[in-house]
Write a protein that binds this ligand. Structure first.
Ligand code: NAD
Length: 454
């Protein structure tokens, strides 16, 4: 592939190792994104009616914040990091050098089409790599403006966008990369991992999962409902860390359902289809798939839909069967199943039915219960008494575990993720302890104490 060869040549020229050059490029990117903030919101709106507030908060401002921190810290992050030395090597100074991998491939999904394309690109460039970015074909307007921005800021040998769908993605995956960053479904994540394995290419896989939200009988029900409704119906449920299903203690289930209904109406009004604050499902295929999940279910609220623009109302479903399509995989839409539990064994049965989720949320006033859930189950990340907000702190790693992904990023972690951590010991010449060299004359009793010198 010509562009990849060009990127390899450019990387070999050492130009991307120049931190001042990286910083200038990121500043240009910052300028071009800022100039187009309204146009980006317009593009995402055309793709699936994402409310402008949600685009500003979760897409452009999120990316601009990541850029601001990276530009501020890049010199510090890129500098070799000194580590305390081992007495065994005395006299020495010990370091981690941050070495860019080389040619990075980023494959993005459609649900946060701007954030999830630009956030990895920014850190890959900051760390001194070249990038080929493939945005999702499901959001063509955002894909086009992404290409426009990247083509304005970068020479193609440094970073470029290759637009297209599955075939383009597969063609890219057939090439040998130095790092692959993929965000998308677990199904495609497996395909990406297999392609990477052929060349032993390191990967970050940001995947999905079936995220439980557990509500016990001590929870502040009204506030819990408010926070769950926000996190679930934001982006019309198409958020990888949104609640997938609720496990609620049977004693507070009725109260929770009433509160959920009230908060949905408070947020989106009586005529939700007319609300400018509610997005659409991304395309007919995804919309039809969601509709089939509702077949045969007991709907407590919502369920209305409109084929003309893939509108599906915020929908509450009562006690779906575990065999139903709704409870098989990740829902990734505005459907919220509510399941009652009585004992902790019930909770366990449900959670262990699925692969390790990307997020888990607990609403409870009992610290012991909160800690028990946090320590008993494996999942990417989560929150106590809230949902989704763990993504907003760039000091926290964002990523999955097991079926929900490999690796984590944001803030400095992203920079380190796109850098090989090269361990270097700088040894002085003025002293050379004779003890390690043959003939080995050290008494064995002393060798057995060596652990104290490591
Ligand atoms: P997807 O896996 O269908 O597509 C993601 C990307 O992969 C797209 O660019 C697409 O063109 C490409 N692709 C699709 N099929 C392919 C194939 N067979 N071979 C090679 N490439 C292929 O995912 P999506 O529908 O765009 O996004 C939704 C999924 O992404 C959900 O599962 C969601 O949980 C997950 N997600 C995860 C995160 C995270 O940060 N962990 C964030 C957003 C979305």
């Amino acid at each position: 592939m010509e562009v990849l060869e060009k990127q390899r040549e450019f990387f070999a020229s050492q130009k991307t190792k120049d931190v001042a050059f990286r910083k200038k490029t990121l500043q240009r990117l910052q300028k071009e994104i800022t100039l187009r903030e309204d146009a980006i919101a317009e593009a995402i709106y055309k793709d699936f009616k994402k409310p402008k507030f949600e685009t500003l908060a979760a897409e452009t401002q999120f990316v601009l914040a990541e850029l601001r921190t990276t530009i501020k810290k890049i010199k510090y992050w890129a500098s070799p990091e000194r580590k305390s030395a081992s007495l065994l090597n005395w006299p020495s100074s010990d370091w981690i050098y941050k070495e860019p991998y080389g040619a990075v491939l980023v494959i993005a999904p459609w649900n946060y089409p701007f954030q999830l394309a630009f956030a990895p690109l920014i850190s890959a460039i900051a760390a001194g790599n070249t990038v080929v970015l493939k945005p999702s074909e499901a959001t063509p307007h955002t894909s086009a403006i992404t290409a426009e921005i990247i083509n304005t800021v970068f020479e193609p040998e440094h970073a470029t966008v290759i637009e297209g769908g599955v075939e383009v993605s597969q063609r890219l995956l057939n090439e040998q990369w130095d790092y692959i960053f993929f965000t998308g479904s677990s199904r495609v994540g497996q395909i990406v991992y297999e392609s990477a394995a052929k060349h032993l290419t390191p990967v970050t896989l940001e995947l999905g999962g079936k995220n439980p939200t557990i509500i016990d009988e001590t929870a502040a029900i009204n506030l819990a409902a408010k926070r769950i409704v926000w996190g679930k119906f934001l982006n019309a449920g198409q958020t990888c860390i949104a609640t997938d299903y609720i496990l609620v203690h049977t004693n507070v289930k009725a109260k929770l359902i009433e509160a959920l209904k009230q908060h949905i109406t408070k947020c989106y009004g009586e005529n939700i289809q007319e609300s400018s604050d509610y997005a659409r499902t991304v395309n007919a295929e995804h919309y039809n798939n969601l509709k089939t999940m509702l077949e045969g279910q007991e709907i407590l609220f919502g369920g209305e839909c409109n084929d003309k623009d893939n509108y599906l109302a915020p929908t509450l479903v009562n006690e779906p069967s575990l065999d139903s399509k709704l409870m098989h995989g990740e829902i990734f839409g505005p459907i919220l199943p509510i399941i009652a539990y009585e004992t902790e064994a019930d909770i366990r049965k449900h959670i262990l039915n699925y692969g390790k989720p990307l997020a888990t949320y607990v609403f409870s006033k009992r610290k012991k219960f909160q800690e028990k859930i946090l320590n008993s189950y494996s999942f990417g990340g989560g929150a106590i008494n809230d949902t989704v907000i763990q993504i907003t702190n760039k000091n926290l790693p964002f990523g999955g575990v097991g079926a929900s992904g490999i690796g984590a990023y944001h803030g400095r972690l992203s920079f380190d993720m796109f850098s090989h951590q090269k361990a270097i010991i700088k040894k002085a010449n003025w002293f050379d302890a004779p003890l390690r060299y043959p003939p080995y004359n050290l008494p064995m009793q002393l060798v057995k104490k060596i652990k104290h010198l490591f």
